[in-house]
Design a binder for this molecule. Structure first.
Ligand SMILES: [Zn+2]
Length: 57
């Protein structure tokens, strides 16, 4: 049996609109919005998310 190893993880991002920092999945199944101001932080693409903002490392 093969085991898939998708590189899915959580990353810290900072909303450029309001400065809110939150943890998001890097492969979201749907768009991820800022919890504070509803700005789209990560757009769902079916694979790796399209990050609209900077990630904190
Ligand atoms: Zn925000």
């Amino acid at each position: 049996m093969k085991k898939k190893k998708p590189e899915s993880k959580f990353v810290e991002v900072k909303c450029e609109e309001c400065g809110n920092e939150q943890t998001v999945f890097n492969k979201p199944s749907r768009d991820v919005l800022c919890l504070v101001c509803d700005k789209v932080l990560v757009e769902s693409t079916g694979g790796k998310g399209d990050f609209k903002i900077e990630t904190l490392d």
